[in-house]
Design a protein around this ligand. Structure first.
Ligand code: CA
Length: 236
């Protein structure tokens, strides 16, 4: 298994390379974003470890350009705890996982193995749920022919719900997957964002595809109920 590590902290890169070699991986290192992008484009890696803050081109731009080139190698983003970027943005741009620095080497190896097991299948270009579509490459969401404009966070929430459509998803699961694991904001943040989403994907179309299941969580349905049906009470 061949891994590309794009990391400008040379000592860290070398330490990780030595450790991964012992685990049986072949590791190539790039020290800046431009050479990292070239290496990831020109070679078939099993996983790319991508630092966020990099010289010449930051990790987000490397990832974005990689996906625009239709290269779906699993990417594990390495982010700093106090980074100026939001980790969920990494998911929006197509990162498969992320780790916050400083990370434990054991955890890194476990995450790499998980990504390799999952592999890099040809991804569907567009996620579809009834009349709702989401194109992860250009991040465009539509209901029928109408383009819906979402913020990065709304997009991350919708993508999570679309990938788990027709299942009840708890607030805790949403917080875990869409927000930073260390998120310590108001606990009603999920409700607030569910409300934002409804106003964009449902209300203008007279639909209720994103429903609250009292005491359990949320359910995004492929077969949305018209809002007027059965005199459903307004949902919050
Ligand atoms: Ca860095």
């Amino acid at each position: 298994m061949r891994i590309l590590m794009v990391e400008d902290e040379r000592a860290l890169a070398e330490t990780v390379r030595r450790g991964l070699r012992i685990e049986g991986f072949i590791v190539d290192i790039a020290h800046d974003g431009v050479s990292g992008l070239t290496a990831a484009t020109d070679n078939a890696y099993d996983v790319v470890l991508l630092d966020l803050m990099l010289p010449l081109k930051n990790g987000y731009d490397v990832l974005k350009e990689l996906r625009q080139r239709k290269i779906w190698t699993p990417v594990l983003m390495l982010t700093a705890k106090d980074g100026e970027y939001d980790q969920t943005d990494a998911f929006d741009l197509g990162a498969d996982d992320y780790l916050t620095k400083p990370f434990s080497f054991r955890v890194l190896v476990a995450r790499i193995r998980a990504l390799i097991r999952r592999g890099a299948p040809e991804r569907p270009v567009v996620l579809t749920l009834g009349t709702l579509t989401m194109d992860p490459v250009n991040r465009r969401v539509r209901r029928g022919d109408s383009v819906i404009s979402l913020t990065a966070r709304e997009y991350g929430l919708l993508e999570y719900l679309m990938r788990r459509h027709d299942q009840i998803v708890s607030k805790a699961e949403i917080l875990d997957h869409v927000w930073d694991p260390a998120f310590e904001g108001a606990d009603n943040v999920v409700e607030v964002y569910v409300g934002y989403l409804r106003r964009k994907i449902d209300a203008p179309f007279g639909l209720q595809s994103l429903r609250t299941v009292r005491g359990m969580g949320y359910l995004l349905s492929a077969d949305p109920t018209p809002a007027a049906a059965a005199g459903a009470p307004p949902q919050t």
